[in-house]
Design a protein around this ligand. Structure first.
Ligand SMILES: *Cc1c(COP(=O)(O)O)cnc(C)c1O
Length: 388
């Protein structure tokens, strides 16, 4: 086992930084370390790099460069979009509409706003994880400042009908924000086609480093400043720019979009993985077969604990993720799985695999073998497993 290569199937958690990104970033540490706000040549070279990266991010999502604001991560972009819009419009419009299956960066931001006196409506989803449009339509009213619905779910990969949701938001004069952290690089993302006012993305999910993200804010949309400071990012998000990481994000997103055609191969691999895992007794797929991100497979295995399974897989050299957001003490099942109607036992026995373009058919075969062996081992020890 020592010299076998590990199989990484947790790309929805983070991705390795690509060589092209490292190569693009390195000169920013060694030679091009100027402050983009400085007027001398050292500064202006850094400024050019930042603006070239901004143009790349904009081009990748169909925006104008002036509509892209760099942040420190996806969570920061989520916080800024939601709090920034709520605080800007909150005097008149006190309601925010979101969903029950958002990332915690959205859910906890909304919870913080509830403490401030905002009203948040959490719309439910169907068994595939798709927003219940009737509930959404009923929730969005003249008092709504913002509708915040993710473009693709990080646990079960469900892709939401953002364009339709944006239309509903706009009919009532609300702003539309989407967390597209999981969508970017996996499926086409175009802010104009989606009709969104704000969109969040993150570097480390697309082979750039951790600690860099961006927020698209459509021209004309006004949100509260995030960081008051030296006037960077048009005065909305102060702080000297993280030039190397911004450059890295630009290269990464350009490469991710160029690789989109390859995601069809990832989808085929993912389907092979799902088919292989569903041959195990008492296994089921969570979410929809087709309406999901190309690399995402989320399955429940009855009569096993997700954490135990994860550890056995890890020993077998496979990195995956539990569907349940178990922290060491709290046995809290995944809010996403519960929202799509998975019962609490199965929610605790679920695993997420997220493949990338770097995974191979051999990886898939090895994952299926490792899961089969691990599940059999755990079930052999289970007092409640019926088919011994
Ligand atoms: C990873 C993720 C985030 C958070 O991004 P960070 O850069 O890690 O802060 C937000 N939303 C979704 C859907 C994610 O998958």
């Amino acid at each position: 086992m020592e010299n076998r290569k590990r199989i990484y199937a947790d790309n929805a958690a983070t991705t390795p930084v690509s060589k092209e990104v490292i190569d693009a970033m390195e000169p920013c540490f060694r030679e091009l370390w100027g402050n983009p706000s400085s007027l001398h040549t050292d500064g202006q070279r850094a400024r050019e790099l930042v603006e070239a990266a901004r143009a790349k991010v904009a081009a990748a999502i169909g925006a104008e460069p002036s509509e892209i604001y760099f942040t420190s991560c996806g969570s920061e972009s989520d916080n800024w979009a939601i709090k920034g819009a709520a605080h800007m419009l909150g005097g008149k419009r006190k309601r925010i509409v979101t969903s029950k299956i958002e990332h915690h960066a959205v859910l906890h931001t909304c919870a913080a706003l509830e403490k401030e006196g905002f009203e948040v409506v959490y719309v439910g989803v169907d068994e595939r994880g798709v927003i219940r449009m009737d509930e959404l339509r009923a929730a969005v009213d003249e008092n709504t400042s913002l509708v915040a619905i993710m473009m693709a779910n990080n646990e079960i990969g469900t892709v939401e009908p953002i364009r339709e949701i944006a239309e509903i938001a706009h009919e009532k004069g609300a702003l539309m924000f989407t967390d597209a952290v999981q969508a970017v690089g996996n499926i086409p993302v175009n802010v104009k086609e989606l009709g969104v006012d704000m969109l969040a993305l993150s570097g480390h999910k697309i082979h750039a480093p951790k600690g860099i993200g961006a927020l698209y804010i459509r021209r004309g949309v006004r949100v509260r400043n995030l960081i008051d400071g030296g006037g960077q990012e048009k005065g909305k998000r102060g702080g000297t720019e993280n030039v190397p990481y911004i450059v890295g994000l630009g290269v990464a997103i350009e490469a991710a979009v160029a690789r989109l055609p390859e995601m069809e191969r990832v989808r085929v691999l993912r389907n092979k993985l799902i088919d292989g895992l569903l041959t195990l007794p008492y296994s089921r797929l969570n979410g929809d077969r087709e309406l999901r991100l190309p690399g995402n497979a989320n399955l429940s295995f009855s009569y096993v604990e997700g954490e135990g399974l994860l550890l056995l897989l890890d020993m077998a050299g496979v990195s995956a993720s539990t569907g349940s957001a178990c922290s060491s003490n709290s046995l809290e099942a995944s809010h996403v799985l519960l929202s799509i109607g998975v019962d609490i036992e199965d929610a605790h026995g679920s695993l997420r695999f997220s493949l990338s373009h770097e995974n191979t058919e051999e990886d898939v075969d090895a994952i299926v073998k490792a899961v089969r062996e691990s599940v059999e081992r755990l079930r052999a020890m289970s007092p409640i497993y019926p088919a011994k």
